[in-house]
Ligand binder design. Structure first.
Ligand SMILES: Cc1cc2nc3c(=O)[nH]c(=O)nc-3n(C[C@H](O)[C@H](O)[C@H](O)COP(=O)(O)OP(=O)(O)OC[C@H]3O[C@@H](n4cnc5c(N)ncnc54)[C@H](O)[C@@H]3O)c2cc1C
Length: 445
């Protein structure tokens, strides 16, 4: 490997970071996981990415591709392999202000993108956190504060350029390599390293951000009423309920309904929020206009040694009452993980299930548990977590890859229904027949 690395270094314009060198510790670690790779490459150009891929394949190295480094499963680093950190490919350029076409580097983060687009009054439906990568979030779907109005992040994607396992460069859109384009919109990092994404951004104004909270004892009626209201509410409203947060009182933590109303008209925002206030006894009611870029937050980075575990599933309409009843019971018990319910209907549900490799469009809600602690503590809590999900199982389906720490075959099967998996595997056979890119919810060629 040494000779190959020296050959690579002769033309590599980015950084090559090896154990013992300055910056190695930081370069080995993602936001959520630490690792000990043999080498970290930080490409500065597409040619660097091509060289990195050929170097990995030629030396039989396991590859971890890192965008924003927020993968709950820890895909952004490894032990003894190669990390390709895309952080230097982070540009965000407005290609055509009229049509809103923007070109974004494969290693950009959503906060930087929102900030870059703000002066143009443009935005892309993405996530809720500034540091999350455009790469990871987009390739598995992307559920954010405008999902009910503008759909998933992939719904605004118009093209992508990627380096495939043979080191070649391929462009995908509805016109160019359309099957690859289908696969990229949900298939995670399975198909190659995306060096640039092109999105059709939408015009945005400031939006209203709201936090309306209720007592823990009212969790069930609030959840049920909220889900029912969201079914007919304006698509300007996107909303998430968070409760049972152990850091805010566990079973006594307030039930927080967090919403964004995609309008700068206060009356319209109030009209959208008023039915939420009527769901129970309001104990906090904070509503303020914000630039869209300021709606995205900086998530706290967990202290060293603390892992976050995330698990998710979807709920379709008929199962909503039963799923929420069980969820409220779970939240009322001690030792519950943080529970969150995201509304994912609206525009996201207008796209057919098979139009992209994200195949859970019919869902009305996504349920999410998050647990935090040192790895042994999380391991010890696993049976209790499994019991929670076993109770929910009759009322849920699938899983959202971006909120899924597990990487077992059953996890991959939850992310990709059988037909989706088979179609993805066929694309994988074309672009990555040796499964070089397997640090992901892996689709085997
Ligand atoms: C605090 C926090 C908040 C979050 N909020 C949201 C949210 O609001 N909505 C939501 O949908 N998700 C959210 N997520 C989940 C997030 O979308 C996933 O963790 C996602 O995988 C992170 O992408 P990343 O690029 O930051 O991570 P990374 O760990 O860098 O990458 C994740 C995966 O994507 C692959 N990948 C990344 N970039 C590329 C690329 N350019 N080309 C090919 N493969 C690539 C990696 O190889 C890896 O398999 C959140 C996660 C955290 C930790």
């Amino acid at each position: 490997m040494r000779a190959a690395l020296e050959t690579l270094e002769a033309t590599f314009q980015g950084e090559v970071i090896e154990p013992g060198q300055d910056g190695y510790e930081a370069a080995s670690t993602t936001v959520l996981v630490s690792g000990h790779p043999a080498v970290v490459l930080r490409p500065a150009t597409v040619a660097d990415v091509q060289a990195a891929v050929r170097f990995a394949a030629g030396n039989g190295l396991a590859v971890a591709v890192r965008g924003g480094g927020h993968s709950f499963a820890g895909f952004g680093t490894n032990d003894g392999g190669l990390v390709i950190d895309l952080g230097r490919l982070a540009g965000a350029e407005v290609v055509d202000a009229g049509s809103g076409i923007v070109r974004i580097g494969g290693g950009a983060t959503w906060g930087a993108v929102a900030t870059a687009l703000a002066p143009h009054k443009l935005a892309i439906s993405s996530g809720d956190t500034r540091g999350v990568g455009v790469g990871g979030l987009t390739l598995s779907g992307g559920i954010g504060w405008k999902v009910r109005k503008y759909g998933l992040a992939i719904d605004a994607l118009v093209a992508a350029e990627l380096v495939t396992a043979d080191g070649g460069v391929v462009r995908a859109s509805t016109q160019e390599n359309p099957e690859l384009f289908w696969a990229l919109r949900g298939g995670g990092g399975n198909l190659g390293i995306v060096t640039a994404f092109e999105f059709a951004a939408h015009r945005t104004t400031d939006v209203f951000h709201a936090r309306i909270a209720f007592p823990a004892a009212e969790a069930e009626p609030v959840l049920q009423g909220w889900a029912e209201y969201l079914r007919t509410a304006t698509e300007d409203l996107t909303s998430v309920v968070v409760f049972a947060n152990p850091f805010a009182g566990g079973p006594n933590a307030p039930v927080e309904v967090l919403s964004v109303v995609d309008t700068d008209d206060r009356e319209a925002a109030d009209a959208a929020l008023e039915p939420i206030r009527r769901l129970g006894t309001v104990i906090a009611d904070e509503v303020e206009p914000r630039a869209y870029a300021d709606v995205l937050v900086d998530a706290p980075v967990p202290p060293p040694g603390i892992r976050l575990a995330s698990r998710s599933a979807f709920v379709e309409r008929e199962q909503v009452p039963a799923a929420l009843r069980i969820l409220a019971e779970i939240g009322a018990a001690p030792q519950s993980p943080v529970l969150a319910v995201r509304a994912v209907g609206g525009a996201a549900a207008q796209v057919p299930d098979d139009a992209t490799a994200y195949a859970h469009r019919r869902a009305e809600l996504m349920l999410l548990t998050t647990s935090a602690g040192p790895a042994p503590v999380l391991e010890a809590a696993r049976p209790a977590l499994d019991a929670i999900w076993d109770r929910l199982a009759p009322h849920t389906f699938g899983a959202y890859a971006n909120f899924l720490s597990g990487t077992a075959e059953s996890d991959v099967a939850a992310v990709y229904p059988e037909k989706t998996y088979e179609r993805l595997a066929a694309v994988k056979r074309t672009y990555d027949p040796e499964n070089l890119f397997r640090a992901n919810h892996n689709v085997r060629p």
